[in-house]
Design a protein around this ligand. Structure first.
Ligand SMILES: [Fe+2]
Ligand SMILES: [Fe+2]
Length: 285
């Protein structure tokens, strides 16, 4: 096993999310489902969270932002990025697991079926493209996983909260208080989130999308915020309102996976048109 990448593929985190937040028991008390969840989690997923919680510090996030947010690595169109992401090596069973493109198309198609606006369908199509960070050599724990603010106390509602004790910021005088380096209700735009595929893709795409779409992309892995209602003391009123959209998107991400594989070639023309409606032919990654 690669110590930095304990899961056989980054999708194991999402498979596990679906177990943690199954559609049928969404309304159960968070506490009870949480305890059950942690007891049954697979060892590889547990190891993944251990690394994520130990290494996501203020310093680490600053360093990754500097390394990646200048967006000078590649110039790629959106469909090109989808095909690139699809080359992500996946050790799991290819007969049962969806490819990356298939997951993106299933989410987009479910959104389209429900009659949502075109920009919303587009979010379904692109929301995980930030996972190309894996192809740039980044470890799983720095690409996927629930995200959370750094620079203030880690909420006890974050899964495997106890692993944060290993994090150097845990006892830091400035970073370990409820507000940490932030003012009350400062607004999430001023809050540094743990590093991963959400924040990266937000920066790649933000200039071309409506603000609702930007929020869906930037915070779709912020489960402590959109499923556990944590960190409300940092949210602005605007964040509160826009999180309705993040919550609207979440079921399409978690529950749109079906056995019927989308026919990529027949869907491609519709999606190429949709991409061209919002994006230039190349984006900076
Ligand atoms: Fe994602
Ligand atoms: Fe996803």
């Amino acid at each position: 096993m690669d110590e930095n990448n304990p899961m056989s593929d980054p999708d194991q985190w999402e498979a596990d999310l679906e177990r943690r937040y199954p559609p049928a028991i969404q309304d159960m008390q968070p506490d009870s489902k949480f305890r059950n969840y942690q007891a049954e989690v697979r060892p590889s997923v547990r190891d993944f969270y251990r690394l994520n919680h130990e290494y996501q510090t203020v310093e680490f996030v600053k360093q990754k932002r500097k390394q990646f947010l200048s967006l000078q690595r590649e110039r790629m169109g959106v469909w090109e990025a989808m095909e690139f992401l699809n080359t992500l090596v996946d050790d799991s069973d290819p007969d049962t697991e969806l490819s990356q493109i298939e997951h993106l198309l299933q989410a987009a198609e479910a959104i389209r079926t429900d009659g949502h606006p075109r920009w919303f369908i587009l979010v379904g199509l692109i929301h995980d493209l930030g996972k190309i960070l894996c192809l740039f050599g980044e470890p799983q724990w720095a690409v996927v996983g629930d995200t959370f603010p750094v620079g203030c106390a880690y909420s006890s509602s974050i899964i495997f909260h106890e692993f944060f004790r290993m994090n150097p910021d845990w006892g830091h005088p400035d970073y370990s208080t409820q507000y940490g380096i932030y003012q009350p209700h400062v607004g999430l735009d001023h809050v540094m989130m743990s590093w991963g595929h959400d924040e990266y893709l937000y920066h790649v795409t933000k200039d071309h999308l409506p603000v609702e779409a930007q929020y869906m992309i930037r915070y779709h892995s912020f489960y402590p915020g959109h499923r556990e209602d944590a960190y409300q003391h940092l949210f602005s009123e605007r964040d509160q309102q826009l999180f309705d959209w993040v919550r609207k998107f979440n079921p399409y991400d978690l529950y749109s996976k079906s056995d019927a594989r989308p026919d990529v070639e027949s869907l491609k023309p519709f999606y190429l048109d949709l991409i061209a409606e919002f994006f230039p032919s190349k984006l900076a990654w």
